[in-house]
Write a protein that binds this ligand. Structure first.
Ligand SMILES: [Zn+2]
Length: 220
């Protein structure tokens, strides 16, 4: 017997093609990399909104991808290096690439200063840096913090809307966050991978909730 072809095919993709690839050449897994923290209104960003994330309206304004120190990071797309170890956050080392399509990618918490300089051209998939650990220990929380910013460097956007990958499956394992912070006054707001606000540099907090869940802990 044969199956009707109308049942054998998934509906045609209507979404616009995403311009970027994942920042690792290796497939995800416990020995390579896993999706650690989502972009946006996460519980981790909420509790650190007034320190680490104040520049991006209290959002986690990138993705965290857990990986052992020294994992090779590849460029999301063709572009030109803006600089290495610039004033772009995510210590101890970082790299900013302008993709000349309206977007820049920023790779943070790197192991060492990338061996690239401003003006170098890179190709999509080219190794550009090695992943590190914000604490420089390589055992406390080694991960790549990956941001996508507009070309004017005024706005952070959700990378999963621009990087072609199976994000729904990636989000099932490996997370060190506890999902998204809830405002009980608007409990369905910003609760999915895809529905997250852009972050304007220096804009007001988006998550200064009156009825947060999980609850706020007192700031000193
Ligand atoms: Zn991060």
């Amino acid at each position: 017997m044969s199956f009707p072809t109308t049942f054998a095919r998934e509906p045609a993709q209507t979404a616009q093609a995403k311009p970027f690839i994942l920042p690792f050449a290796a497939p995800p897994g416990p020995d390579t990399w896993l999706f650690g923290q989502m972009y946006g209104n996460t519980t981790g960003a909420y509790s650190n909104r007034r320190n680490f994330y104040a520049a991006g309206q209290g959002l986690h304004f990138g993705l965290d991808l857990s990986a052992p120190c020294g994992t090779e990071i590849v460029a999301l797309g063709d572009g030109v290096v803006v600089g290495a170890d610039g004033p772009w956050g995510s210590a101890p080392h970082n790299l900013l690439i302008n993709h000349e399509n309206g977007w820049m990618s920023m790779y943070g918490h790197l192991l060492e200063t990338p061996k690239l300089k401003a003006g170098d051209r890179v190709r999509q998939g080219q190794v550009v840096a090695l992943s590190g650990d914000p604490d420089s220990t390589c055992h406390s929380r080694p991960h790549l913090h990956l941001e996508i910013r507009d070309a004017k460097n005024t706005k952070f956007v959700n990378p999963i809307n621009l990087i072609d990958a199976d994000w729904d499956t990636l989000a099932l394992v490996g997370q060190f966050g506890r999902g998204f912070e809830r405002d009980l006054a608007a409990p369905r707001q910003w609760q999915t991978l895809y529905d997250q606000p852009d972050g304007l540099r220096g804009g007001p907090f988006l998550n200064e909730y009156h009825e947060p869940w999980p609850p706020a802990f007192p700031f000193r």
